[in-house]
Design a protein around this ligand. Structure first.
Ligand SMILES: O=C(CO)[C@@H](O)[C@H](O)COP(=O)(O)O
Ligand SMILES: [Fe+2]
Length: 214
């Protein structure tokens, strides 16, 4: 299981320190929640902030784009140093083209689905994605409660993926308490914001999640 802590719950005034602390705690991924105030009601940071922090960190930058028409900014995020770009199926009319363009630019391509979005939207683009992100809360805010219907969705998606090497990432309300069940259902990348950052030290927190993973 890969744990990808969400900086949405970190101190925005000191992201450099948060990145250092994560790296020193043995983590390898970090999750950036980019919000535009349109696709979701909240606004966070964009490509410029990521670009300034890229030289400060060796972590894998997992960038979750909660923005309308993400195809407008792919090159910007590549230049900013994103390793993986995750677009929302609900935010573009051109899912396949956008995923293919992300890969052409040399990044890994992910596709995110809101809780109410059925799995069939990704059926014909499974070979174009390195990761499917299943939202287990409605996007826009940290600290919300996990939606239990996600378990069945993970299980069905894992069957749909067959032997493909594609991550299933879960985002929203993830805690050490539901980690085992999520892994059992077929998830292998977990995002955690509030349940991770609220309880330092991070190496102890990291172990609390990993202990539950199967
Ligand atoms: O994408 C989002 C929210 O839209 C997430 O990445 C949150 O940051 C997860 O926060 P918690 O639910 O773990 O507090
Ligand atoms: Fe996210």
């Amino acid at each position: 299981m890969i744990l990808s802590p969400s900086l949405l719950s970190a101190d925005f005034g000191n992201l450099e320190q948060a990145l250092k602390d994560l790296e020193n705690s043995g983590l390898s991924w970090v999750h950036w929640d980019v919000m535009d105030g349109l696709f979701v009601p909240n606004i966070t940071f964009g490509q410029h902030v990521i670009k300034m922090l890229r030289p400060k960190s060796k972590l894998f930058f997992d960038v979750h784009l909660m923005i309308e028409k993400p195809e407008r900014y792919l090159e910007d995020f590549k230049k900013a140093g994103a390793d993986m770009l995750v677009i929302h199926a609900e935010a573009t009319n051109h899912i396949q083209r956008t995923l293919a363009e992300i890969r052409r630019l040399g990044m890994r391509a992910g596709l995110a689905l809101n809780p109410a979005t059925p799995l069939n939207v990704c059926e014909y683009v499974l070979d174009d994605t390195d990761m499917i992100l299943l939202m287990s809360v409605n996007p826009g805010f940290g600290g919300q409660s996990f939606i239990p219907a996600t378990y069945e969705k993970i299980h069905t998606l894992r069957k749909m993926l067959g032997s493909r090497k594609c991550h299933i990432q879960i985002d929203g309300g993830v805690t050490p308490e539901n980690t085992k069940e999520l892994c059992k259902a077929g998830a292998d990348v977990l995002v955690s914001g509030s349940a991770f950052f609220a309880y330092p030290p991070f190496d102890v927190r990291h172990r609390a999640f990993q202990k539950e993973a199967i």
